[in-house]
Design a binder for this molecule. Structure first.
Ligand code: HEM
Length: 219
């Protein structure tokens, strides 16, 4: 194995890959959420925004990059979890009794896999789903009506909300872990980083939940 590959295969290398891919995914989450808010500006604004995105030739590069980042994060996350389990099959009694590890930190693989499952359903529903009304003459998909139709099915909205809570749970530990991996968490800032991480998780989950709550239960 070359020196570079050995670094990437080490647990530290894999943690750094998790941190970089996680940060990129977080950036994607923020921009996607900002775009979703155009739903409140009406069908035309949202459909035009979505059309501008998908008709840009660079979209193929962006989608390929995003898929690679997701896969890198997921595969590394699974490898790291399996390695950690093999290295320490039983938690130290001391750590358990002190309650040092939060539930979120111990269930990262499960919250992550639920987010991954959600992603597949999300793509099948919206990206590859059958539209509820035809595209306009100039080929603009009526994605707005598709989103409203899906969210008006309460069961779909509840599933969506539960998955977003899982995403928030994942992020509530992920952000603090990211700071630690990148060596940005000095002991005196640990408490504030922890609080910010939890608030970010809650904020992202709440932001994404606004849509199923509004279109599923209020409108
Ligand atoms: C948009 C969705 C996601 C975002 C924004 C995200 C973000 C992050 C971040 C920032 C970290 C901290 C990395 C570090 O320790 O420095 C992390 C950790 C982790 N993520 Fe994700 N993640 C997402 C989806 C997923 C998915 C789909 C999986 C599926 C397996 C996953 C599995 C994990 C695992 C297992 C860890 C802990 C790694 C470890 O410290 O041992 N994540 N995530």
């Amino acid at each position: 194995m070359s020196k570079n590959c050995a670094v990437l295969d080490s647990s530290i290398g894999k943690k750094v890959i998790m941190a970089i891919t996680g940060a990129l995914l977080f950036g994607f989450l923020l921009s996607h959420l900002a775009g979703n808010f155009l739903m409140f500006c009406g069908a035309e604004a949202y459909n035009n925004y979505s059309h501008a995105l998908v008709s840009n030739p660079l979209i193929y590069v962006a989608e390929f990059f995003l898929a690679a980042v997701f896969l890198g994060h997921i595969i590394n996350g699974i490898i790291l979890t399996v390695r950690n389990k093999k290295a320490r099959p039983v938690e130290y009694a001391m750590t358990q009794s002190l309650g040092e590890k939060s539930i979120a930190s111990q269930t990262m693989i499960w919250s992550g896999l639920i987010v991954f499952y959600f992603l597949v359903i999300h793509l099948v529903t919206f990206k590859f789903g059958t539209d509820v009304s035809p595209a306009s003459a100039d080929g603009v998909r009526d994605i707005y009506s598709l989103v409203v139709a899906r969210f008006s099915e309460k069961i779909y909205s509840i599933f969506y909300i539960m998955c977003m809570i899982m995403l928030g749970f994942h992020l509530s530990h992920a952000i603090q872990s990211l700071f630690r991996t990148l060596g940005l968490s000095q002991p005196k800032y640990l408490a504030i980083i922890k609080v910010l991480s939890i608030l970010t998780g809650i904020g992202i989950a709440a932001g994404y939940c606004i849509f199923p709550i509004y279109f599923g239960f209020i409108k």
